[in-house]
Design a protein around this ligand. Structure first.
Ligand code: FES
Length: 354
């Protein structure tokens, strides 16, 4: 499938991912996360802009100084630093085989706290943005017997990168894509072309035309048990998807959320920074990140609500009280990672690799 200019726009190929505004798409995936140990800072120049739907702007980013861009895997996102000290995460929509650029698609959120409004209204070709290297909390299992994706609205963005990758691998896939109406759906022409090339793979659902929301329970029931199933979209859609997937092997079910859980740890504890040789008291209801920042310790972050995975930190001792939407049940049980922007501890002390 083409990843070049996007028909009719004179600009970009529409391929972007879920976005955290700071609600983005967090992935609760049973596949291991790919976290860059040392995340390089990138300077990216806006090479092209286009519209992927009435409120979705497609952005193509290239290296500002011509140096090679870090490789990524399908399902990855990048954290962009935006004016006003904002950090926002957006899924990459291009396939990982495209190594000379990153493409994202950003929905102009009516309740924008700055990020999507800036990209929709102010960003122009030639601007240079700072970003972290791609990070994947929604990895694709590449050797699945079948990959079945359920996308809602801007949740199509990571799926597009996955489709590009699966197409390159020649593996079977299906997409169920729901949007309020045709005008708000992104990448429709491109997906229609894929469907025309091999019918039966793309199922569109437009609420206004159908007079109801997508019958996800019914559609998911028709997907074979051996398939790996993915969902990215609004919370209600994800809840329905999870309800539909109880009979599947947990490792075959992958979810990326737009928003955090809003839950807060209820117990006070002491956080120990092993490498720094320092420790701090974390009151009940406060985040480790906030306590560290209050003490002048900067930590990597983007969403601050347990969705993007940027603040993922290794746990050396102690029991976590997980409140994020990133880690899978298996990862929580392993107790080796914590999102320090939202999670706490059940033990009196929590020793971190900081
Ligand atoms: Fe996004 Fe913590 S900053 S998960």
């Amino acid at each position: 499938m083409s990843e070049g200019l996007y028909p009719g726009s004179g600009a970009l190929a529409p391929d972007s991912a879920c976005q955290y505004e700071p609600m983005g798409a967090v992935v609760t995936s049973s596949a291991p996360h790919q976290t860059p140990a040392e995340t390089p800072v990138l300077r990216l120049r806006v090479a092209a802009l286009g519209m992927a739907a009435t409120t979705i702007r497609a952005v193509e980013l290239v290296s500002a100084d011509g140096s090679p861009l870090p490789a990524f895997t399908a399902g990855s996102h990048i954290n962009l630093k935006l004016p006003g000290d904002l950090s926002r995460s957006y899924s990459l929509t291009n396939g990982p085989q495209t190594t000379d650029r990153y493409t994202i698609a950003v929905n102009r959120d009516a309740a924008s706290r700055g990020g999507s409004a800036y990209i929709a209204e102010t960003l122009k070709v030639g601007d240079v943005l700072v970003a972290d290297a791609p990070h994947n909390t929604f990895p694709l299992v590449e050797d699945a017997e079948l990959t079945a994706m359920f996308a809602g609205g801007i949740g199509i963005t990571p799926m597009l990168a996955m489709i590009r990758r699966i197409e390159a691998l020649g593996r079977p896939w299906k997409l169920f894509y729901a949007a309020r109406n045709r005008a708000s759906a992104a990448f429709v022409a491109e997906l229609q072309a894929l469907e025309a090339a091999q019918p039966g793979r793309v199922h569109f659902h437009f609420d206004d035309e159908a007079g109801k929301v997508m019958p996800l329970l019914k559609l998911a029931a028709g997907v074979p048990k051996a398939a790996h199933v993915y969902c990215c979209g609004p919370s209600r859609m994800i809840d329905t998807f999870k309800a539909s997937a109880g009979w599947r092997p947990p490792d075959n079910v992958h979810v990326e959320h737009f928003a955090g859980t809003n839950a807060k740890p209820t117990t006070a504890f002491t956080v120990v920074l092993k490498r720094q040789g320092r420790e701090f008291y974390v009151p009940a209801g406060e985040s480790i990140m906030q306590v560290l920042e209050d003490n002048g310790i900067a930590v990597a972050h983007s969403c601050r609500e347990g969705v993007c995975g940027t603040c993922e930190t290794r746990v050396l001792e102690g029991e976590c009280d997980h409140k994020d939407n990133v880690l899978s049940a298996r990862e929580r049980e392993a107790n080796g990672l914590i999102m320090i922007c939202c999670s706490g501890a059940k033990s009196e002390r929590l020793v971190l690799d900081i």
